[in-house]
Design a protein. Structure first.
Length: 694
C-alpha cells in the first residue's frame, strides 16, 4: 500500500489542517488493509509534518509494518528544512519499521546520504533512487542513467547500509532486473543499535551527550506575571517574542508551559505549539501535567519533543507512558513518588530504576528518558544541593542522562543569580546533561561558556571568545548590545524577520498613526526585511517555514498599508500567471512561489492544477502577461510543460517563462527553452524582479 504526499502544505504554512491530513491518509490505509496489503510504504515526503501525519494514520488504522521514505535535496534536507538527523529522530520516535529515501536524485548522489543515515539509525534502510536526471530526447523525457550503471551505483548503496533497494523516477523493469543481479551475492550490512538520546525540531536534532543542553525557562508562567497575563489574554505577540529572544541569547531548547488556571490549557497548547514552531526552529519541551494538553501538543509537534514530565507515581506512569510510546519523545522523569521527594540520592535513584522498568513495558528505551533528581531550595533544605549533586554523580556513573531546573536552588534568597550560577557549574561538573535556565542571565551564561571552554567542549574556545569579548567588568557593553538587539527586534522589520504576524500588524498601525508614509514603510521596512529573509533562505541559514512565516507577517502589514495607498498604486502592470501543468495535480511548490511573489507586491493570476497549455495561452493574451511560472512534480507531466512553453513561444513571444518543480533541473529547463529555472521560491522572486526592471 502506497501513501504519497497530498501536494498541500500543512497549517500554519498552508491550508491543510493536520487532522485533515491524517484522515486523508487514514482512508487509504483502511482501504489497503481491508484488501490484503502486506505493508505500508510512505514515500516521496518533503515535509516531515506531513510524514508524521501519514505515520500516525498508518499506526492508528492498522497493524501492518510501516516503511517511511522521504525525499532529500542535494543539501541533504527536506523541502521544509529538516536534515537527516532530525527526520531519523522523529521517525524512530514514532516507531516506524523501516526508514529511507527515494526520488529527487540518482544513486550516485545518494551514497553519502545513505552513509549518514546508517551511522544514525537503528532501523533497516530503504533506498529508491531515480535513474539520474531528466533529459529531452526527440521530444520525449528520458533519464541519463542506464540500467547497468544504475545497478552498479545502487550496489554501492547496499554496501553503505541499504537493505531494501528499488527504483523511482526514470527506472524501468530493466533497471530493477539489473539491480537484482548486481546485489544478489551481497550480504546486508548489520543493523547496529544506536543509543543516542536525541530530540528534534523541524530543522535539526539536539543530542544529549557531552555538551550540556540549555533549555530556556522563559515560557513557563510560574513567577512570571507578564507571561501569565499574556496567556490569559491571548497576547501571542508577547509569547512569540519571548521565544525568539531566548533563541537569540543561546537557548537550544524551549520549555513551553501554558498552565494558567483561568484558561483552557489544552486549547492553548494546541495553538501555541504550531505558532512557536513558525517563529523558532528550536526543539520544544512540552511541559504540562494536563494529559489532554500533553496529547494535543505531542500530536501537533513537528519533530521529536521533550516531554516534561513523568514521575514514579503509579498514576503518572499509567497516564504518561502510553502517550510517550505512541508519539515518541524524550521523557523527563522526576525522581519522586507517592511518598514525595526522598531525602537521599540513593532513594531518588531507586525511583529512577522503577521508572525505567515501567517504561520498558511500553517499549520505551532507557535512552529516551532523562532523569531530573530535583532541585530544592537550600534556604529550607540545607543538604538539598549536596543530595542533588550526589544523585547526578550516580546517574552519570550509570550512563544515564540528567536534567535540572537549576534556579529552584535559590528560592527565598537575595541575589539569586550568584547561587544559581555556582550551582549550575557544580552540577555540570557532576555530569548534568541539560539545564532549564534563563539564557538572558549574564551570570548563568558566564558559567556555561566558561565550563564548556575549560572542559574542551568549545572548539578553539570560539563561543567563549564571542561571549566574553562583549563583556566588561560591569557588563555595560553586553547590556548595550542586548538592548540594541531588542530595539531591532521590537520593530516592523524585526517582526517580519521573525515571522510575527500580530506584532507586524501592531507596528504598522502605530507607525502610520505616528505619521510614517505608507511608501516609507514598504521601502524602509517591509522590502528590506523580506530581502534579508530571502538571502538567509538562499544561503540555507533559514528554511521554508520561517520564510513563509515572514511572508505572512509582511502580508499582514501590507494589507493595512494598502488601505492608505492610491487605488492603482499597487501591482498595476505587474501581473504574473502561475500554473501546474496539464496532468499534474500537485501545487505545493506553486503555492509557495505565489505567497512570496504576492508579498513582493506582484499580482498573481493562479490558474491552479492540471492546466491545459491552451488555458495558459488564453490567459496570457487576455491580460497581456509578461511572465508565466509553470510547475511540475511528476516526470510524466514534463512533456506537458515543454508543450506549454513551445506554444507560448509561438503565440506569445514577448512573454517570459520560469519553471520549477522537484523533477526539474537547470539543464532540462534549458532543453525545453524555458527562460528561467527556479531552484526555489526566492529565485522566482529574483527573476520576476529582473523582468519588471526592479
Amino acid at each position: 500500500m502506497d501513501l504519497g504526499p497530498t501536494g498541500k502544505l500543512l497549517q500554519p504554512l498552508g491550508p491543510l489542517g493536520f487532522e485533515e491530513a491524517v484522515e486523508v491518509f487514514a482512508q487509504i490505509v483502511r482501504c489497503g488493509a481491508a484488501n490484503g496489503a502486506d505493508f505500508i510504504l510512505i514515500e516521496t515526503m518533503t515535509n516531515s509534518l506531513e510524514l508524521k501525519a501519514a505515520v500516525l494514520a498508518a499506526k492508528e488504522n492498522c497493524d501492518l509494518p510501516v516503511v517511511a521514505s522521504f525525499m532529500l535535496d542535494q543539501n541533504s534536507k527536506l523541502m521544509t528544512g529538516a536534515d537527516i538527523p532530525a527526520v531519523i529522530a522523529m521517525l524512530e520516535g514514532l516507531r516506524v519499521d523501516i526508514l529511507g529515501i527515494n526520488c529527487g536524485l540518482g544513486p550516485d548522489k545518494m551514497l553519502d546520504m545513505v552513509k549518514e543515515i546508517y551511522s544514525l539509525t537503528s532501523l533497516p534502510i530503504c533506498v529508491c533512487p531515480n535513474a539520474g536526471l531528466p533529459q529531452m530526447v526527440d521530444g520525449k523525457t528520458v533519464f541519463n542513467v542506464g540500467a547497468e550503471e544504475f545497478a552498479e551505483q545502487s550496489a554501492l548503496l547496499a554496501k553503505a547500509g541499504a537493505r531494501m533497494l528499488g527504483g523511482c523516477c526514470g527506472t524501468t523493469p530493466a533497471h530493477i532486473k539489473a539491480l537484482s543481479t548486481a546485489i544478489a551475492e551481497l550480504h546486508p550490512q548489520p543493523i547496529i543499535k544506536k543509543d543516542y538520546t536525541v530530540i528534534s525540531s523541524y530543522t535539526h536534532a539536539v543530542y544529549f551527550d557531552k555538551k550540556p543542553v540549555l533549555i530556556g525557562e522563559r515560557l513557563n508562567p510560574t513567577g512570571k506575571p507578564k507571561l501569565k497575563e499574556a496567556l490569559k489574554t491571548g497576547n501571542m505577540a508577547y509569547i512569540l517574542e519571548e521565544a525568539v529572544r531566548q533563541q537569540e541569547h543561546g537557548a537550544m531548547v524551549l520549555d513551553v508551559n501554558a498552565g494558567v488556571p483561568e484558561i483552557d490549557e489544552a486549547a492553548t497548547m494546541a495553538e501555541l505549539i504550531p505558532r512557536l514552531q513558525a517563529v523558532t526552529d528550536l526543539p520544544l519541551q512540552i511541559d504540562t501535567g494536563d494529559l489532554d494538553a500533553m496529547e494535543r501538543a505531542l500530536r501537533l509537534y513537528h519533530g521529536k519533543p521533550m516531554i516534561n514530565s513523568v514521575c514514579g507515581k503509579e498514576e503518572s506512569l499509567k497516564a504518561v507512558l502510553p502517550l510517550a510510546a505512541k508519539y515518541g519523545g524524550v521523557l523527563v522523569a522526576l525522581t519522586l513518588d507517592e511518598k514525595g521527594i526522598p531525602n537521599s540520592a540513593a532513594e531518588r535513584i531507586a525511583i529512577a530504576e522503577r521508572i525505567i522498568a515501567a517504561a520498558r513495558e511500553y517499549g520505551i528505551e532507557e535512552k529516551d528518558i532523562i532523569f531530573d533528581p530535583l532541585t530544592l531550595t537550600v534556604s529550607s533544605e540545607a543538604e538539598s544541593a549536596n543530595i542533588t549533586l550526589d544523585a547526578l554523580t550516580m546517574l552519570n556513573a550509570a550512563g544515564r542522562k540528567s536534567s535540572l531546573g537549576v534556579s529552584n536552588i535559590s528560592f527565598g534568597l537575595p541575589n539569586r543569580e550568584i547561587l544559581n550560577s555556582a550551582f549550575f557549574t557544580m552540577a555540570m561538573d557532576r555530569g548534568l546533561n541539560a539545564a532549564i535556565m534563563n539564557p538572558m542571565s549574564v551570570e548563568m551564561m558566564k558559567a556555561y561558556r566558561a565550563f564548556c571552554a575549560l572542559r574542551n567542549l568549545d572548539a578553539q574556545c570560539s563561543e567563549y571568545i564571542g561571549f566574553a569579548s562583549a563583556l566588561t567588568v560591569n557588563n555595560d557593553v553586553l547590556q548595550q548590545k542586548q538592548k540594541a538587539q531588542e530595539i531591532a527586534d521590537n520593530s516592523l522589520s524585526g517582526a517580519i524577520l521573525h515571522g510575527m504576524k500580530e506584532s507586524a500588524e501592531a507596528f504598522t498601525k502605530t507607525m502610520l498613526a505616528e505619521g510614517k508614509l505608507p511608501t516609507q514603510l514598504i521601502d524602509e521596512d517591509i522590502i528590506p526585511a523580506l530581502n534579508q529573509v530571502g538571502e538567509g533562505f538562499e544561503k540555507q541559514r533559514i528554511f521554508l517555514p520561517q520564510l513563509l512565516s515572514s511572508a505572512e507577517a509582511a502580508k499582514a502589514a501590507f494589507e493595512i498599508i494598502k488601505a492608505q495607498l492610491p487605488q492603482n498604486s499597487s501591482g498595476s502592470g505587474r501581473q504574473i500567471v502561475l500554473a501546474t501543468v496539464k496532468g499534474d495535480i500537485h501545487d505545493i511548490g506553486k503555492n509557495i512561489v505565489k505567497v512570496l511573489l504576492e508579498n513582493y507586491g506582484f499580482d498573481i493570476i493562479d490558474l491552479g492544477r492540471d492546466v491545459a497549455p491552451e488555458a495558459v495561452i488564453d490567459c496570457v493574451k487576455e491580460h497581456n502577461i509578461r511572465l508565466v511560472g509553470l510547475s511540475s512534480l511528476m516526470t510524466t507531466t514534463l512533456p506537458a510543460m515543454a508543450e506549454t512553453i513551445k506554444l507560448l513561444k509561438d503565440e506569445c513571444p514577448a512573454c517570459k517563462t520560469m519553471v520549477g518543480g522537484a523533477v526539474l533541473n537547470a539543464e532540462y529547463a534549458e532543453l525545453i527553452k524555458a527562460d528561467s529555472y527556479g531552484r526555489d521560491a526566492m529565485e522566482a522572486v529574483r527573476y520576476a524582479q529582473s523582468i519588471f526592471g526592479e
